[in-house]
Design a protein around this ligand. Sequence first.
Ligand code: ZN
Length: 333
Amino acid sequence: MTPATAHGAAVPAVRTVLGDIAPEDLGVCNAHDHLFLRSPRLPGQELDDAGAAAAELGAFRAAGGAAVIQWTPYGMGRVAAELPGLARESGVRIVAATGLHQAVHYAPEVLERVRADLAGLFVAELTVGIGGTGPRAGMIKVAGGFHGLDRHARYTMAAAAEAQRATGAAIGVHLELGTGALDVLDLLCGELAVPPDRVILGHLNRAPDLVVHRAAAGAGAYLAFDGPSRAHHATDWRLPEALAALAGAGFADRILLGGDTTTADARSVNGGPGMPHLLSRHRKRLELALGADLVTQFLTANPARAFAAPWARTPHAGQTSPPGRATDAPATT
Ligand SMILES: [Zn+2]
């Protein structure tokens, strides 16, 4: 249950697959990663093995990790039913996502099925449960395009904004190759009036344009820097410099760090960097550039604030029942 004040107003909580927790209980957090993922764009590299997910979580826990935010959205093989058991057995807190990725990650009939009430789907997954019986999602994941936003991205973000208004959940955005951050903020926070501190921009390490980073942080959004990855090796080494610039400009409280393991080969249990790399190597490298206190802030206080939401009880953006009196919307698979 979400904690409530004496006046009945919900206080912020992080919605994990085992229930809502106080933000300060989140602990050392991998703010963007995947235990399960399936896409036609990554044939043969599916993350679909619960045993491998458990091993990777165990390795992350052994490296000092306490929480993982899985950014896998609707229809991409989240295997939501496995997440509570994995969280319980590993002792790692897990937050699941609702939302929708770029159209290229779906068969057309899947998009057709959810198109009529996308916001309703997101709200149901956040407030009732994934698939109606699974754990509740704790964030909304959407995606931009390369230096722009196509019709699918605009439609998806409009639905995300509606679900954000109804629930308070944070919106995490996949930026294609790290681009389009300001286009996303113009749409989400300009046209769609989402509070900037409810937006988490992902993959900015892939486009180390320090001016754009500073503009996005100045607008009030969170910036999630993830990786490293084989595909983005060309820019990964710029990360310490980018984070130092942001911190120096007064935006240390906007920075999140994640691993973003998207393929089986990238897992530590298969010889890749995987989730533990974030803490065993990446953290130490960043501490050399920024000092331990700042990096600890990126891994604990910042994600606790970014992913906490008041979890308003309004069940559906399209309904007008007063908070606390409305009934939950039915779950959609
Ligand atoms: Zn990701």
